[in-house]
Design a protein. Structure first.
Length: 301
């Protein structure tokens, strides 16, 4: 059932639109805290998926943001555009001379979605694979090397390390814990089993590090853990999908990763790749011989 139209508000709008997509993204970051809740969802999506905006329909974006399409129009007008089409043209202009993997992927996935009733299993499998490749290729292009080096420093210099990830991020947290346990550091997986997040975070102290992995809609449990760590003067490393993420404000370093998605199912491969790269960099910094790291022998029965 369609959402009801959103009421008009007294939101302040810019007199004229930004001159290019880069300036628009900068303005979104500057204005984010002042945006209403629904427009924040739109801002986060545009910040994360700027390469896809040029080929997506307003209904696609509204569905991803869980808002009415009129919220997309209001967002566009907030930043000086007459409507969504004018804002979309700014992104198309920015990428006129290059065809990105994300653009090609988005066009393919839309075609598949429109014909999902007739798509065979092989088509679906290939689109899942293409979604994974899209996310990894984007990670390679957009990796912030300064933030990555800072993340390595935080891990190397930490006393204890606590890793938290909820729901789909839990698999990544567990994988990162497994890798970091090959170092001599004390590593803790904050699983929250039985709702015991507070109890598992209780021993966090200054000079410890909390690594939090969270993507939109950003789990409240992870945010609670980070606020507790901040109260204890512990450091925080965040792996997330947007600089506008509420977790980013609590971080000493933020690593951004945006996964591809196939028919609403988001991959985790790029995030796992980033965590693997992070461990390899830490291992070399600590002087470990990565080639000799192997599975531990099992316990005898």
């Amino acid at each position: 059932m369609p959402r009801p139209a959103l009421p008009a508000t007294d939101e302040i709008s810019f007199a004229s639109p930004p001159v290019n997509a880069e300036r628009l993204l900068q303005m979104i970051s500057e204005e984010y805290d002042a945006l209403p809740r629904q427009l924040k969802r739109v801002a986060s999506y545009i910040s994360q998926q700027s390469e896809r905006i040029m080929v997506e329909r307003i209904s696609d974006i509204a569905r991803e943001c869980e808002v009415h399409p009129s919220a997309i129009v209001r967002f566009s007008q907030r930043f000086g555009f007459s409507g969504f089409s004018e804002m979309q043209a700014l992104f198309r202009q920015a990428w006129t001379h290059k065809t990105t993997p994300a653009q090609n992927y988005q066009q393919r996935i839309r075609s598949l979605a429109n014909n999902s009733q007739t798509a065979n299993s092989g088509d679906l499998a290939r689109e899942c694979i293409n979604a994974t490749l899209s996310g990894i290729e984007r990670l390679g292009r957009e990796l912030d090397e300064v933030a990555f080096d800072t993340a390595v420093d935080l891990i190397v210099n930490a006393d204890d390390i606590y890793v938290v990830g909820v729901r789909r991020s839990f698999a990544v947290a567990d994988y990162l814990v497994y890798n970091l346990q090959h170092t001599q550091k004390r590593i803790h997986l904050v699983s929250g089993i039985g709702g015991s997040y507070r109890e598992q975070m209780r021993s966090v102290r200054a000079n410890d590090l909390v690594i939090a992995i969270s993507f939109v809609p950003y789990s409240k449990e992870t945010q609670h853990c980070l606020r507790f760590a901040q109260q204890q003067n512990a450091n925080a490393l965040i792996i997330t999908d947007s600089p506008l993420s509420p977790l980013a404000k609590l971080a000493n370093s933020v690593l951004l990763v945006n996964e591809g998605s196939a028919l609403a199912f988001r991959s985790l491969s790029a995030t796992l790749c980033l965590c693997q790269a992070l461990f390899v960099a830490v291992a070399y910094r600590l002087g470990l011989n990565v080639d000799e790291i192997h599975e531990q022998a099992g316990f005898d029965d």
